[in-house]
Design a protein around this ligand. Structure first.
Ligand code: UD1
Length: 393
């Protein structure tokens, strides 16, 4: 009987939704007929880029991610520091474990750091969510994607756009496998539980405390009715006040003027806003409801019930696509073109300048909710991934 050892890596919040179905598919494979001829030993490594309970632990628990074998505890720091520390610690794990494959997901610093370390140690790399390109090297994630894909042995892609990007870069055809979107495996798995949650309980339980907001908690409409859901965390949107302040004014004057706005605040965004005049304006806006970062199911429920989404997150863009929530993408470009209106989805690119955001928002308000599932976004991507890894071994 053949035995394969996979070391899988997670580091930041968006990684957990991508690794959970993969680990489940490994267990299923081991328990099936395939497991009689090929057993997979699975080791899970958490680099610790995200460490707050709300950014990490909650997700591990809800998504039933089994025990972490190695916690590196890297934490916050500059990019070079995070990547460097991760490489140093990951090398020790590879020396101890000597796996057949290192499996990395997405485009965070852990993805790039661990793929470089693995290749230097002569270990094969499989990249889940390969081939996405924003063509914007100002984004740290784009650098992570390019480096990881250049080094990967198996490039597991979400859609035809990703395949084309890889072919254009000269990747060998036999290394590219279109498996669909593994995030949608998690969405399918969690949808029922999310639907059963109470919207008002989610909002009440995650409402930012008055100690942090500095104002008394605001009344929510009963029932909630229509609302807009917003998330922002990209450095290009939230790191400079010249960009962020006008967006905040737009949210207050033009979105919250129409209906309630629910916004779970990413730690980066909160840090940058707290103590500024924009923070004061947001907190005193009666229709603006700030939340702590929420769990996976809670976000899914908030998305299911929202009338519109404003976001700079790639994952939420994809979830809006499948759920049909009209989505204004607060970015100049996207590595996920399949979600755009012109390609069948419900997302409009709006950049981060208010004149354009306003026009795009008016367009968005005319779009009816319309779920769209690109090929293979069917909840079975993880199964395909495990099969292709066994075949490629
Ligand atoms: C990272 C990813 C990004 C992903 C995002 C999702 C990279 C290059 N970026 O960005 O692709 O979309 O995660 O959230 O890998 N912080 C906390 N608690 C935590 C984690 C972070 O307070 O648990 C703080 C850090 O101190 C830091 C800030 O949040 O100041 C940003 O964290 P960082 O890991 O640098 O990147 P993200 O912006 O979260």
């Amino acid at each position: 009987m053949k035995t394969l050892k996979f070391v899988s890596v997670v580091g930041a919040r968006p990684n957990f939704m991508k690794i959970a179905p993969f680990l489940r598919a490994i267990r299923n494979s081991n328990e099936s007929e395939v497991g009689k001829s090929c057993r997979i030993e699975s080791i899970l490594v958490h680099t610790g880029q995200h460490y707050d309970d709300r950014m990490s632990k909650t997700f591990l628990e809800t998504l039933q991610i089994p025990k972490i074998d190695y916690s590196m505890g890297i934490g916050s720091g500059s990019h070079a520091w995070q990547v460097g520390q991760t490489m140093i610690e990951f090398e020790k794990i590879l020396e101890a474990e000597k796996p057949d494959w290192v499996v990395v997901v997405g485009d965070v610093n852990a993805t790039c750091a661990c793929s470089i370390t693995a290749k230097k140690a002569g270990i094969k790399v499989a990249h889940i969510e390969s081939g996405l390109r924003s063509f914007d090297l100002g984004m740290p994630e784009e650098i992570n994607r390019m480096v990881t894909d250049r080094l990967s042995d198996l490039l597991l892609t979400t859609d035809e756009f990703a395949d084309k990007n890889l072919r254009r870069e000269g990747v060998r055809e036999e290394s590219i496998v279109q498996v669909g979107n593994i995030m949608i495996d998690t969405l399918e798995h969690e949808l029922k539980a999310a639907r059963e949650l109470s919207l008002s309980e989610i909002i009440q339980e995650n409402y930012l405390s008055t100690e942090i907001t500095g104002v008394p908690r605001k009344e929510l409409p009963q029932p909630m009715g229509e609302y807009c859901l917003i998330t922002m965390h990209r450095p290009s949107n939230v790191d400079s006040p010249e960009i962020l302040d006008p967006i905040i004014d737009f949210i207050i004057d033009e979105v919250a003027a129409e209906f309630p706005v629910i916004m779970p605040l990413h730690p980066r965004t909160r840090k940058n806003l707290q103590g500024t005049s924009s923070w004061g304006k947001l907190m005193s806006c009666a229709n603006f409801h700030p939340l702590e970062p929420v769990g996976y199911r809670e976000m899914l429920k908030l998305n299911l019930e929202a009338s519109v989404m404003l976001t700079d997150s790639g994952g939420l863009q994809e979830e809006c696509c499948v759920l049909g929530t009209p989505c204004l993408t607060l970015r100049e470009n996207t590595e996920r073109p399949v979600t755009l209106v012109e390609n069948g989805g419900v997302s409009i690119l709006a950049g981060n300048q208010v004149d354009r955001i306003r026009m795009a928002y008016q367009e968005l308000r005319k779009i009816a909710p319309k779920p769209y599932r690109p090929k293979h976004w069917d909840g079975k991507s993880a199964e395909r991934i495990v099969q292709s890894m066994i075949q490629a071994s």
